[in-house]
Design a protein. Sequence first.
Length: 342
Amino acid sequence: MWRAMDLTHARRLSVAPMMDWTDRHCRAFHRAFSSQTLLYTEMVTTGAVLHGDRARLIGFDPLEQPVALQLGGSDPHDLAEAARIGEAEGYAEINLNVGCPSDRVQSGRFGACLMREPQLVAACMAAMARAVAVPVTVKCRIGVDDQSTDEGLFSLVGACADAGVQTFIVHARKAWLKGLSPKENRDVPPLDYAVVRRLKAQRPDLSISINGGIADLDQAEGFLTPSDEGPALDGVMLGRAAYHEPALLGQADRRIFGVATADIGPFAAIAAYRPYLASRLEAGVHLSAMTRHMLGTMHGRPGARAFRRILTVEAAQTGAGLEVVDRALDAVREAEARRQAA
């Protein structure tokens, strides 16, 4: 089990839970770039944890640690039981989703719509905290629809803090539940990073991480230091940037965590990922289920297009194996050699 102080360190940088993206294969690949970054599962509903195929839904490889399980739900009893199961599986943290704006999530009375029910969220968190010894945390928005941030974020954090919650990850954009699709809500309304700094200023006793639109480690480092907008935050959570350009995680151990280590480049990370690929192929996992998370790895390099094409087309073929990955890497090497020779 991860010690609380180790997890506090790991929270300096994390990769967001993203549906259909941050599955176990994605997390194993991201771990090849950074040994320190905290990783999150996709959101899993309490019903799925309690009644579904647990090995498929929440199984993970120990090499992914530190890794947190994100739950979706609003029933304190069910969340407590799902948290117990997550702890027994070995997760370092149990997180509650209070930020997803999708219609399906709203109809199940969880996700961002819970921003309107801070006392219910606090009751859920208290039940989870009583059930497990690992940290229980909240990922939320700054509000929903026409809520003010005082009605939304500050009320929710206050209620949950009173229930004993110490750690919050705040997506610095309102969730818009009426009139915008979840895709549109990725860009509208505007991000409000300043309100997250204000929360930290008002609640220095709490661990506050920021999420939403953060594009690179330069921006992440800025949030980890004091600024005119407020104090340093405790952590930064990357979302789409880390997924679409996973190689940026290769600098995280040095730049974010202060580890005296060489950066991990794409070729080294894929070499480190190779034993995982081999073991899962032997277990019957299709190659494309794993290589789909690698498509952005060579972003900006010669041969990146050929790399993506080979992994997209050839990895989908029946019986595809590690030779496909080798061909994709060779395409990059050859393109780089041609550029150097030109």
